[in-house]
Each structure stands twice: as structure tokens, then as C-alpha cells.
Design a protein around this ligand. Structure first.
Ligand code: NAP
Ligand code: MG
Length: 454
């Protein structure tokens, strides 16, 4: 074990010291999970449902505490953090109905009965990033538990506290010991061991494309199932016929929410030429209105970046001579603050248009035709999210079908809905989370033929 400090990114003060696991202690946790999974899969579906509903209830009564913990650990605004804790409650409640709905098929055959079963995998390993520690943890743990698996969860080193609290709440709710364990520690040690461990049947990884590639390669060695939720560089495409006022008023929140540390951030804004000037004038007003302040303050709309080193990475995207159009404000003094910044690169090949910055920098470019808008939107290795603003219904349908991305919204910047599928095209990932089918992704389909011959 080796202890590491957890830092409040808004104050740079130490919030807690956490014991990180090593390879041996990770192996011990996986062994406990494997044993727990044997009895958890045999808990009657109705009882598994009831326990998950109780877990959701425990989360509900702990929302304020979880939210405060996230403000202190991750610098999320208190408003966002309450939403995130509520999201965990809702995700667990939604999938609490799944154990009784893991319905197989009965397929017509001669001389017998053919049925399919959805068998739990055993132990599921889930590896979570620091940007949305609570929701992302719940998106895999809830459907995996519902399908009868044990879960070992590796939180990001920077943000382990809310996940650790969720494990306590699960125990309080009566979920048997070791069915859901949180394993803090380094990605290169604990995370890597979960990928390599033969008793971990599936990995759900959310994080960078770079680490995701290594994880997929690691899983390939054991033909292990893997779901990848990776990076993004999503487009917000605004046509001249749209409600430009609404598009400009909402665009800042679609990219600067969570200080831009959002895989779905609409960080490339593409505006039709004839509306460009009007949009930019209103967008500037809206960006300057974003309240960047102490995240514990009820009125704060944007907090700090997660760490000093991440702030350096974000700042490296703006060397001398960068095409900065305008900036919002940020507090002085301690904390990893970075003012919202809008840039206007001349070409789509510019790194400001291509690379995921994961900070509050939005790049704006104009386009002339619908065809060019689609081409620019698709000029990316990523394909996670995006928005389309237009009042033309036919265009909304054409463009939403043409953009290579897993999650689009028209005339809004809707966030992830847990009851709809979520995931990325291209380098943004592999597989889908959430939605009604998610529990099946934590099962193996088994086909059994029963002969009726005498
Ligand atoms: P990251 O560096 O890839 O880390 C993600 C997680 O993987 C952390 O828990 C990390 O542990 C662990 N890890 C690191 N190296 C590992 C290895 N070799 N084997 C196993 N696990 C390892 O990502 P991040 O910087 O935390 O998060 C930002 C990225 O996540 C962005 O690219 C963002 O777009 C992406 N993201 C995607 C989604 C989505 O749903 N598509 C959602 C949120 C974020 P440590 O904490 O110890 O490094
Ligand atoms: Mg990292």
C-alpha cells in the first residue's frame, strides 16, 4: 500500500490521504469479488432488484454529502455535483428493474425446446476517469450488478472519494460484502492488473483514447470483453436559419461546463457564414457572463481545472500568437483556474480544431454550405457527441444522419440520458453504455436445446 494525497483543485489544499492498492492487494480484491459473484448471481431476481432499490435510496439520502465531497475533490460546481449524485441514484433505480427483465428467447426447433439465457460474466472491472467520477462509475456498476456480476471499480487517482463513499452506501443498503468494491490506486498498477487478471471477465474503460488503445490490446491477449468510452472533439453546427440568440446563449455551457473537462464538450463551433457576425457578437456577451468562481458558491457556473499539470496542458494550446478572439474571466490566487477562451483558427487542420483540449477553449469556424458543414463536422478522428441548430426539419434530419457521431442533439445540447444509449464512433470508443440494453452487455448469451424425444 502507498498513500497518496487528494487535492482540492479550487484551493490546492489536501482534502484526504488515500491508501492505493498494489498488484497483490488488487489480486486479493479480485479473488473476493469472484467468490462474492458466485452467490450474488444466485440471489433471486426480485431480491437483487430490492437491494438495488435500497442502494438507490441510500444514495438519495446522501446526495448533499456526495455533492460536497465532489466539490472538494473535483472542483465541480455545487449545482453540477448535486445533479451528478442524483444521476447516480437514478441510474441505480433504473437498472434495479433489470434483474427481472433479463429476458431470453424461446426459438422454434424440431424435437425439443430451445431457449437462451443471459448468464452473468462473473467479475466486471470498471476503470473511471476524473472528470465525472460519480455518474461514470454508476453507468457501468448499476447494469453490471443488476445482471448478476460482482464489480471492482478503479477510480481515477485524482478523484477517488465519491466512489469510495458509494461503496459504503452499497454495504449500508445490504448489498453483500465484496459484490461491489472500490480499488483506489494507480492506473498503471491497479488498472493494468484488472486488464491482465484472468478472473476479470470484462473491462469497461472510460478515459483517454491513448490509454484505451493499450487497454484494448491488453484485453485482446485474453479475448476479454471490453467497452471503451474515449475522447471527443464534438461539433456544434449552427445554421443561419436557427434561433441564433438561443444558439449563442447556450453555446458557452455546451463547452465550458465542468471547465471543458467533458468528453461531450461541443468544442468546435461551426457557424454558417451569413450568421457568423451576429453569432459572434452575442456569443461574446454570453461567454463573458459565465460565472467562474468558487465551485462551492451556489451561483458558480464553472470551477477550476482538475490539477496544476492539467492546467499546463490546457495552456500549452495557446502559445504566443494564438488566434484568440475573446476570453471570459477567472479568479486570481490559489486554485487551477483557467478563463473561458474562444479561438478562431483559420483551418480545420489546426490543432485547436483537431485535438481534445479537455479545458475551457472553444474554436469557432464558419462554413458556406450544408455540405461543407457536414464535411467539417466529420473532419475529426473522434465522433462522440454534437449539436445541430436549424429550424429546417429536413436539414436537421439530413445533417444528423450524416454526422459520424454517437450522440447528437438538435436545437439543444442535451447531456447524457441514462435511459438512452451512449457511446462513440471512430476513436471515441467501442460499444455502448446506458439505455435499456445495457445489462445485456454484462452477460453471455447461452443457448440450450432440450430434447423432447422419449
Ligand atoms: P486516462 O488518463 O485515460 O485515465 C482514465 C483512467 O484509466 C484512470 O482511472 C487512470 O488511472 C486509468 N489508467 C491510466 N493508465 C492505465 C493503464 N495503463 N491501465 C489501466 N488503467 C489505466 O483519462 P483521464 O485523463 O483520467 O480522463 C480524460 C479522458 O477521458 C479524456 O480523453 C475524455 O474525453 C475521456 N472521457 C471519455 C468519456 C466517454 O464517455 N467517452 C467520459 C469521460 C471522459 P490514474 O488515475 O491512476 O491515471
Ligand atoms: Mg491521465
Amino acid at each position: 500500500m502507498s498513500a497518496f494525497d487528494v487535492i482540492n483543485p479550487a484551493t490546492e489544499q489536501v482534502v484526504a490521504s488515500v491508501e492505493g492498492l498494489e498488484v497483490d492487494s488488487t489480486d486479493e480484491a479480485v479473488a473476493r469479488a469472484k467468490q462474492a459473484s458466485e452467490s450474488w448471481r444466485r440471489v433471486a431476481p426480485g431480491d437483487r432488484s430490492r437491494l438495488l432499490r435500497r442502494f438507490a435510496d441510500r444514495v438519495d439520502s446522501d446526495i448533499e454529502n456526495l455533492a460536497r465531497l465532489e466539490v472538494a475533490n473535483s472542483g465541480h460546481t455545487i449545482g453540477n455535483a448535486r445533479w451528478e449524485a442524483g444521476n447516480v441514484r437514478d441510474v441505480i433505480a433504473y437498472y434495479s428493474a433489470a434483474p427481472e427483465r433479463l429476458i431470453g428467447q424461446q426459438i422454434p426447433v424440431a424435437d425439443g425446446l430451445d431457449v437462451t439465457f443471459h448468464e452473468p460474466l462473473g467479475v466486471v472491472g470498471t476503470i473511471v476517469p476524473w472528470n465525472f467520477p460519480m455518474p461514470i462509475a454508476s453507468w457501468s456498476l448499476a447494469p453490471a450488478l443488476a445482471a448478476g456480476n460482482a464489480v471492482v471499480l478503479k477510480p481515477a487517482e485524482l478523484t477517488p472519494l465519491t466512489a469510495m463513499r458509494l461503496a459504503e452506501l452499497a454495504l449500508e443498503a445490504g448489498i453483500p460484502e465484496h459484490v461491489f468494491q472500490v480499488l483506489p490506486g494507480k492506473g498503471s498498477i491497479v488498472g493494468q492488473r484488472l486488464v491482465d487478471h484472468p478472473d476479470v471477465a470484462k473491462i469497461v474503460f472510460t478515459g483517454s483514447t491513448e490509454v484505451g488503445r493499450q487497454i484494448m490490446a491488453g484485453c485482446a491477449a485474453q479475448v476479454k470483453a471490453v467497452t471503451l468510452e474515449l475522447g471527443g472533439k464534438s461539433a456544434n453546427v449552427i445554421f443561419a436559419d436557427a434561433d441564433i440568440e438561443a444558439a449563442a446563449a447556450t453555446a458557452p455551457y455546451a463547452v465550458f461546463d465542468n471547465a471543458g473537462q467533458d468528453c461531450c464538450a461541443r468544442s468546435r463551433i461551426l457557424v454558417e457564414q451569413s450568421a457568423y457576425e451576429a453569432f459572434m457578437a452575442e456569443f461574446e456577451v454570453a461567454v463573458k457572463k459565465v460565472v467562474v468562481a468558487d465551485p462551492a458558491d451556489e451561483t458558480s457556473e464553472m470551477g477550476p481545472l482538475i490539477s496544476a499539470s492539467h492546467r499546463e496542458v490546457v495552456a500549452s494550446f495557446l502559445p504566443e500568437g494564438s488566434p484568440i478572439a475573446f476570453r471570459g474571466s477567472a479568479p486570481e490566487g490559489p486554485g487551477f483556474w483557467f478563463a473561458p477562451t474562444v479561438v478562431t483558427p483559420e483551418s480545420s487542420v489546426h490543432r485547436l480544431m483537431q485535438e481534445e483540449i479537455f479545458g475551457p477553449i472553444a474554436a469557432v469556424m464558419s462554413f458556406a454550405t450544408e455540405e461543407e458543414a457536414v464535411r467539417l463536422a466529420n473532419d475529426s478522428h473522434f465522433g462522440l457527441s454534437g449539436s445541430i441548430w436549424t429550424r429546417d426539419l429536413g436539414r436537421a434530419i439530413r445533417v444528423s444522419r450524416a454526422i459520424e457521431s454517437g450522440n447528437l442533439s438538435v436545437n439543444s445540447h442535451s447531456s447524457v440520458r441514462y435511459w438512452t444509449p451512449f457511446g462513440g464512433f471512430k476513436l471515441s470508443g467501442l460499444g455502448r453504455e446506458l439505455g435499456p440494453d445495457a445489462p445485456f452487455a454484462f452477460t453471455e448469451t447461452k443457448n440450450v436445446f432440450f430434447s423432447t424425444k422419449e
